[in-house]
Structure formats: C-alpha cells, structure tokens
Ligand binder design. Structure first.
Ligand code: NIG
Ligand code: FE
Length: 408
C-alpha cells in the first residue's frame, strides 16, 4: 500500500499532501501540452478539494500557508497520478444479462438494437432491491477501476412506472442521470412508434424529470428517426434537461447533425461519420464520445478518432457499460483500445477519458487536477500514464480518491 504518516486523527480524512508523484497529469494545458504534465510533483488536498499542485521544489513556500505541520503525507513513490476517470456514458441499471446473446454473436450473429427488449423484460421483472444491489456492485466495479464521475442512463424500463424506478435508483448513486425513454420503441408499442413517443414526451418525462439532469435518444435504424428524436430532445430541453444523443453507431444517419443542431453536450458512438458530420462537430461545442467497448464486443469497425482529432473535434472516451453491446466498466480498457485501434496517442486517450468526459458532461469541477477542483485522483501502479495503453489488461489502478476520500 501507500505509506502515510502524520498526526493520528489530527486532520480530516479528506485533507492530505500527496508527494513523490513521478508524473502528474493535471489536464491544465501548458506549453502546448494539453495534459499539463508536471514531473516530481505534489498535490495538496484540503477538505476534499485540490488546494495546490506543482513541482515539489516549488511547494514549500506555496503550500506552507495552507498546510499545518501535522498534515498527513501520502507518498506516491515516484508513480504516476492522473485525474479520476469521468465515464460520461453508461447504462448501469438493468436486470438479467445477455451472455447467451454475446456467445451467439461470437458464433456469427449480428448485433441489433432489438436485443434491448430482452433486458427490458428482465428489468421490469426485477424488484427495486435486486436492481439496487446490482447497480451498487457495478458502481463499486467502476470505482475500483478509477472512475470517480459516472453518468447513468435509464432506458431498460420503457414504461412510465419502470422508467421512474430506474431514474430514482440511478439518482441514488450519481447526480448525472439521463432519461433514455427513447432507447427503442417499447415492446408494448411496436408498430406505433409515434404513439410511444407521445408517451415518452408526456407522462414518462413528467414521472422522471425530478431525478434526471439529461435527456437522450437513440437515433438509428431500428430505434428512432431523427424527427422522433428531435421531438423527444426538445421536450426534454423544455423541461429543463440538457441534451445528449446516441447516434451513428450502426450506420450513417442524421444523429450527429441533429445533436449539433440542438446544441447537445455530446453525441455518442460516432462510428459511421460523413465529412459533413465531422465538419459539423468541428464547428460546435458538442463532444464526440467514442465507445470502443461496443466495437470490441460486437465485432464492428472502430470509430476513427484520428480523423475527428485532426479536424479539431473534442473527443471523449466512455465505457457504454450495458448488458448488450459493451458489458465492461473499464476506462483503462477503453484507453488501450483507443490507442491501439483508433489512432489516438496515449496522452490523447487519457485526456479523453478524464477531461473529455468532463466536457461531455459540461463539468469543470472534475477531469482536472487544479486548485478548486474536486480531489478525484488515481494513483497508477506505473511510472507514467502511457502504461495504461502499453500494458493492456493489467490492473494498474492502485489507489483512488473521490472528493479526497480514499475509495481504494
Ligand atoms: O449504447 N445504442 C444503444 N444502446 C446501447 C446498447 C444497449 C443494448 O444493447 O442493450 C448502446 O450501445
Ligand atoms: Fe449507450
């Protein structure tokens, strides 16, 4: 473990000095380095917030005013420290699993959005306690892999009562809850999509709105048309919610342009993009969130991150953790895939899984290690962040703090 010293109980659990950091990724851009890398660094955490950060040799004077002599010291032993991961896209509340569907796919079946209805049936049948227990286990899994900020979507209820339950349960674990009533047309409304959209923008939205911050819609063949998605997203906006979109996952389509047109915080998947889509993203504040766990688990071609970055688009990486298309909660795996398969550099991928996720959630208090930000930190069992891609599949997350509290 990490060595700590200092006056016993003299200071709060969420106040400490982290020293001996071989490589600190702050994500405060400096000298052409978007990661704001500092070597031989220290971070002073006070009351769960970052109070000071910089080179150890500069620290004594700068930190002295704020540090009392008995402050607890944590020695990173020359290892790398990065901001906690910001997973801006998950579907963590659901019943059952789809291991059989996965096995069938690996034997040659194709992925299709219709599989979502399998999980809808299992979710409707589950009790609140079942769902809460499963959700808590998945959240713990995320935390232990370094995720300190987590978005969670509804979307496996698709009736008023179950969507409201999912929104309420998700709100027990995060402030970043997204209403995804427009995931697919509910099994009870197949063949009458417009009627289902009426329900989503009416009674269902009213039932969830107090628990959620965002609205989302799945704009895709087999899910909803751009026109239907626009109705849903505009209704959400009128109810005070921010907009996110699932788009361009399974083929070319209007999802990206709709998202940009509506000023969405993010459009997620972005696997099949036209030149117009890329240009629209480049001229917007909408983040392109790439979800390589999906391509990994569905044997689809990976999105071209290099093309987006070269065009000046802001890119985030997220897990999309869900029982159908990507049942993994590992941001280190997303980083490795993005580097190996999508043309990103290790620095770009780590930025995208931290600062990029924060942009996608329009948050400035996470994804950076800077004075005033939340003390959400990951200490890697490695000398540099490059190892996250260089050593795929190896558990390098040694220590995690959220709001300055030790989670692992
Ligand atoms: O983001 N794309 C739509 N929804 C999920 C898949 C959900 C499922 O297959 O259960 C996704 O990939
Ligand atoms: Fe998704």
């Amino acid at each position: 473990g990490v060595r700590t010293s200092g006056a016993d109980g003299a200071d709060a659990a969420n106040t400490f000095l982290l020293t001996g950091i071989g490589e600190l990724t702050t994500n405060v851009a400096a000298d052409g380095d978007p990661c704001g890398t500092i070597r031989d660094a220290v971070v002073f955490v006070r009351d769960g917030r970052i109070a000071w950060t910089g080179r150890a040799t500069d620290a004594p004077d700068a930190v002295a005013s704020g540090v009392d002599p008995g402050v607890r010291v944590v020695d990173a032993g020359g290892r790398a420290v990065i901001p906690g991961f910001v997973d801006s896209h998950t579907h963590l509340v659901f019943g059952g699993d789809r291991a059989e569907e996965f096995a069938a796919r690996m034997a040659g079946e194709r992925y299709a959005a219709g599989g979502i209805r399998t999980t809808v049936a299992a979710t409707r049948a589950a009790t609140d306690d079942d769902l809460r227990t499963r959700l808590a286990a998945l959240v713990a899994e995320c935390r232990s892999q370094g995720t300190t900020t987590l978005e969670v979507k509804t979307g496996y209820g698709l009736d008023v009562e179950t969507e409201a339950r999912l929104a309420r349960l998700a709100a027990e674990v995060t402030d970043e809850v997204t209403f995804l009533g427009a995931h697919v047309v509910a099994p009870d409304h197949v063949g009458s999509a417009e009627e289902y959209v009426d329900l989503v923008v009416g009674e269902m939205l009213r039932a969830v709105v107090s628990h959620v911050r965002w609205i989302d819609a799945f704009c895709e063949e087999g899910a909803f048309t751009a026109g239907q998605c626009r109705r849903v997203l505009e209704a959400g906006r009128a109810a005070g919610l921010g907009i996110r979109v699932h788009g361009n996952q399974l083929g070319y389509g209007e999802g990206v342009r709709l998202a940009v047109d509506l000023g969405a915080a993010a459009v997620d998947h972005c696997t099949f993009l036209s030149d117009d889509d890329v240009a629209a993203l480049a001229g917007s504040d909408t983040v392109a969130t790439l979800l390589p766990g999906v391509e990994f688990s569905t044997r689809q071609p990976y999105p071209d991150a290099r093309r987006l970055l070269d065009a000046g688009v802001t890119v985030a990486l997220a897990s999309d953790c869900n029982p159908g298309s990507s049942f993994t909660s590992s941001l280190p795996l997303m980083i490795a895939l993005a580097v190996r398969e999508m043309g990103m550099t290790p620095a770009e991928a780590v930025w995208a899984a931290t600062a990029g996720g924060a942009r996608a959630l329009r948050r400035t208090d996470v994804g950076v290690i800077a004075p005033g930000a939340r003390a959400d930190l990951v200490l890697l069992d490695a000398p540099s962040r490059v190892h996250l891609a260089y050593r795929p599949g190896v558990p390098l997350v040694r220590h995690v703090w959220k709001d300055g509290e030790e989670l692992r």
